[in-house]
Ligand binder design. Structure first.
Ligand code: ATP
Ligand code: NCN
Length: 210
């Protein structure tokens, strides 16, 4: 049986934006992955109380955003599972579903990598379940000192990481939400279908960041 290599793009996607999509496509190409699966988090453990759009809207926007790419799909594995969306549980489930011959590549931005040692069972994630594909993000600099700090918090992390260079886009969901509140444009920062969905469902208009 041939090995399948699947990329996983986890996120709160509140809302999804073009940096998510560009990163996913670049990683797919760079690592020659069979496909990229977007996994919207049901209850992201590090963002409790900070989610603004209902889960069904966040999923719908991800579905709209990936529809034009035949290599992209969306998994409901985290939104259909009650409780915090721990990556370790998601990966165990996907491994079981897809079989041992499937290799997993979980994409993580530098901002999230900083928190990775505090995630639930990070050693099991690294050693048994997935490669960690690390991508740069504007505003988060990598240097030797930073790397050594990470390594001290989770020994073996640097060796297990797989860095991929991606175009640097200073786009964030936080900024998009703020722009909507202030009536500033989000055009070209997210697919037109997502922008239309946000407008139609009046998402983010009255929210304030906590
Ligand atoms: N502009 C970007 N460049 C590279 N990686 C990114 C970028 N935006 C998000 N990511 C990565 O995509 C994944 C999902 O991100 P998430 O859904 O939290 O979006 P976000 O823009 O960081 O949201 P928020 O501003 O609400 O924190 C994370 O691993 C994050 O690091
Ligand atoms: O497993 C954990 O402990 C854990 C802690 C924080 C974040 N995550 C996952 O990391 C991904 C990106 O999260 P976020 O908060 O940057 O949107 C998303 O898939 C989350 O479910 C996972």
């Amino acid at each position: 049986m041939s090995t399948r290599s699947i990329g996983l793009m986890g996120g709160t996607f509140d809302p999804i934006h073009h940096a998510h999509l560009i990163v996913a496509e670049e990683v797919r190409y760079a690592l020659n992955l069979t496909e990229m699966v977007f996994i919207p988090a049901g209850e992201p453990p590090h963002k409790v109380g900070r989610i603004t759009a209902p889960v069904q809207d966040r999923v719908a926007m991800v579905e709209l955003a990936v529809a034009s790419n035949p290599h992209f799909s969306v998994s409901r594995v985290e939104v259909d599972r009650p409780g915090p969306s721990y990556l370790v549980d998601t990966l165990r489930l996907l491994k079981k579903q897809w079989g041992k011959d499937t290799e997993l590549f979980f994409v993580i931005g530098w901002d999230s990598l900083e928190d990775f040692p505090t995630w639930y069972k990070p050693t099991e994630i690294l050693e048994q379940l997935t490669r960690l594909v690390v991508v740069h993000r504007p505003g988060y600099k990598e240097d030797e000192e930073y790397n050594q700090q990470l390594e001290a918090r989770l020994p073996g992390l640097l060796q297990k990481m797989c860095p991929v260079a991606v175009p640097q886009l200073d786009i964030s969901s936080t900024d998009l939400r703020q722009r909507i509140v202030e009536n500033r444009p989000i055009k070209y920062q997210t697919p037109a279908e997502v922008e239309a969905y946000i407008q139609e469902h009046q998402l983010y208009r009255y929210h304030t960041e906590s």
